[in-house]
Design a protein around this ligand. Structure first.
Ligand SMILES: [Mg+2]
Length: 262
């Protein structure tokens, strides 16, 4: 059976691939052992903008997975990197989002200035402290000419009780009110993967591993990468036939992937 060749550049999703809730999924240990032994390059790439890289690494450590925080690329970090490439130092940014986004944009030494009066950019991420006032200020900023950027387009955030609003829901509010479309960095758009590749070696087959057809696999396909769907998260085998883009590989879990690729 065909399998990816040589040293790989792996872009691996987090939620639904490495863990679910606070539980590591089957094969995570074998996966990192295989990556290390084979000398593959990897980044863990997540649309979630809420947490900092250190917080994500801490959660992984509690699940028994030791990963350097620099190997974690959140949509917040990717958005900050993308913005740095567009905007000169001192650019005024209004950011709605959690600690992951605030730290990515405004940590000491940052080139950006937080500004809610006359921002040049509006950056929107998942925000558990969203208010009418914040959304109103975001709409007014965009009407006044601020450029509109969204960390990730996920309209929903699944919880045990049901679906709750994600960053894409706030994005929809601002677009409905202003008529302005956002630039989106997270999957299935390519900004986050392009940022990931800029942080990795230039050689090696690019392989995207994810649990969602509509984000991970679609973005991987758009990138021209090899794609592998694992069935430990959102998308099911049954959904594959109805989805226009097919993953190159489908695995029950990471253990299955390692067994077939090593
Ligand atoms: Mg996922």
């Amino acid at each position: 059976m065909h399998k990816p060749n040589g040293r790989l550049r792996l872009l691996v999703d987090l939620d639904g691939v490495l863990y679910r809730g606070m539980t590591a999924l089957p094969g995570v240990g074998e996966f990192f052992a295989w990556v290390e032994a084979a000398g593959h390059a990897y980044l863990l790439v997540t649309n979630n903008s809420l947490r900092t890289q250190a917080e994500v690494a801490g959660n992984l450590r509690r699940m028994g997975v030791a990963v350097d925080p620099e190997r974690i690329l959140t949509s917040a970090v990717a958005t900050s990197a993308w913005l740095r490439a567009q905007a000169p130092g001192g650019t005024r940014v209004q950011a709605l989002g959690g600690s992951g986004l605030q730290q990515a944009l405004f940590s000491p030494g940052s080139v950006f200035t937080p500004d809610w009066q006359s921002p040049e950019w509006l950056v929107l991420g998942q925000d558990f402290d969203i208010t009418y006032q914040k959304l109103a200020a975001a709409c007014i900023a965009v009407q006044n000419g601020a450029r509109f950027v969204v960390t990730n387009p996920d309209t929903t955030l699944p919880t045990e009780a049901g679906l709750t609003p994600g960053a894409g829901a706030w994005q929809a509010v601002v677009t409905l009110v202003t008529g302005v479309q956002a630039t989106v960095i997270g999957k299935p758009e390519l900004g986050i993967f392009e940022t990931a590749l800029s942080m990795m070696p230039t050689e090696g087959e690019v392989v995207v591993v994810g649990d969602r057809l509509d984000t991970d696999i679609l973005a991987g396909h758009r990138l021209g990468a090899t794609t592998a769907l694992v069935l430990t998260g959102v998308s099911t085998r049954g959904e594959v036939s109805a989805f226009p883009v097919k993953p190159d590989y489908i695995f029950e879990n990471l253990r299955d992937l390692v067994a077939q690729w090593s």
